[in-house]
Write a protein that binds this ligand. Structure first.
Ligand code: PBG
Length: 324
């Protein structure tokens, strides 16, 4: 059947009819809000390239986390900025490190909010790389030990989910066995499985003070020309025991999100990264885009591509626009 018997516009006539047949839902239940916690007292500084996002000390973090919960957002993803950095990132697994303290404060004040922690050394190393550097490059196997210690200390502080973002080979298995050995068999691992070496992380590196001092991350993060490899990365992490997987960034990689979902059927998160956020914020501030509509369209596109979960700096706005 075709025109004039068939008219696609029949089901687009009114809001009610469009709502009745819409295919993709966007609900606050699917959102994760990333937050940056810094050492010290009573600090709260807006991140210049990420308007509306803050580097803040623990008491302010807790206050904002309550707001996040009240908006119906189920989870936050935490990044820490330690007071001191060194070659081996020892602040990352310090029992009294910034994340460890922040997690316990959050779990005490807002216990129903899921706390996911980013597991990666780049915020803790003086050179800004995601692992231990040897002979000018990140040493994979040495780094695994550190990551396992880090994930374990997060889980012991009360983190609900640990999320390794370093892109070392074998880290999911290393973390799983470290957690299991300590009886933390029920702590899920959300792995940044297909994480690309991307220019879109620029604003985050200002926020997390984690730019590499020399070189770049292309010897461990993925080459953006590849999507077969993304599927292999994801399948390897699943074999190693990942409970959820992630594609990152999101908008320039919707094809990868789609493929990963189709080929694995695993719980999948899309990370709508700092540069994606900054682009919309900047265009909206200049009056060039309708922020609300642009953001809702972008979020829905990630869901339509196959993402179950969306990690986004827009989460608070999205949840308030969607209402409860
Ligand atoms: C840490 C990490 C990064 C991001 C999340 N975890 C930065 C990087 O790999 O350089 C980026 C997040 C964002 O841009 O929003 N390795």
């Amino acid at each position: 059947m075709y025109f004039p018997s068939y008219r696609m516009r029949r089901l687009r006539q009114t809001e009610q009819i469009r709502n009745l047949v819409h295919e993709t839902d966007l609900l606050p239940d699917r959102l994760v809000y990333p937050m940056f916690v810094t050492h010290g007292e009573n600090k709260r500084a807006e991140i210049q390239s990420m308007p509306g996002c803050y580097q803040q000390s623990i008491s302010h973090l807790v206050e904002e986390a309550k707001e996040v919960r009240d908006l119906g957002i189920p989870a936050v993803l935490l990044f820490g900025i330690p007071a001191e950095k060194d070659d081996i990132g020892s602040g990352a697994y310090d029992e009294e490190g910034i994340i460890q303290m922040a997690v316990s404060a959050l779990k005490e004040a807002v216990p129903e909010l899921l706390v996911i922690t980013d597991v990666c050394l780049c915020e803790y190393t003086s050179h800004g790389h995601c692992g231990i550097v040897r002979d000018g490059d990140v040493d994979n196997d040495l780094t695994l030990e550190m990551l396992a210690k880090m994930a374990l200390s997060h889980a012991e502080s009360g983190a609900d989910i640990v999320a390794p973002s370093d892109m070392m080979d074998g880290r999911v298995a290393a973390i799983r066995s470290a957690l299991d050995a300590e009886g933390l068999i029920n702590t899920p691992i959300m792995s940044y499985a297909a994480k690309f070496a991307s220019a879109f992380y620029g604003p985050f590196r200002e926020a997390a003070e984690s730019s590499p001092e020399f070189g770049d991350r292309r010897s461990y993060q993925m080459d953006y020309r590849n999507s077969d490899e993304a599927v292999r990365e994801v399948l390897l992490d699943i074999e190693e025991g990942a409970d959820m997987v992630m594609v990152k960034p999101a908008l320039p990689y919707l094809d990868v999100i789609f493929r990963v979902k189709q080929e694995t059927k695993f719980p999948l998160a899309a990370y709508n990264v700092s540069g994606e956020y900054a682009m919309i914020k900047a265009a909206a501030a200049a009056g060039w885009l309708d922020e609300k509509h642009a953001v809702l369209e972008a979020m829905t596109a990630m869901r339509r591509a196959g993402a179950d979960v969306i990690i986004t700096y827009h989460a608070k706005d999205v949840a308030s626009w969607l209402g409860r």
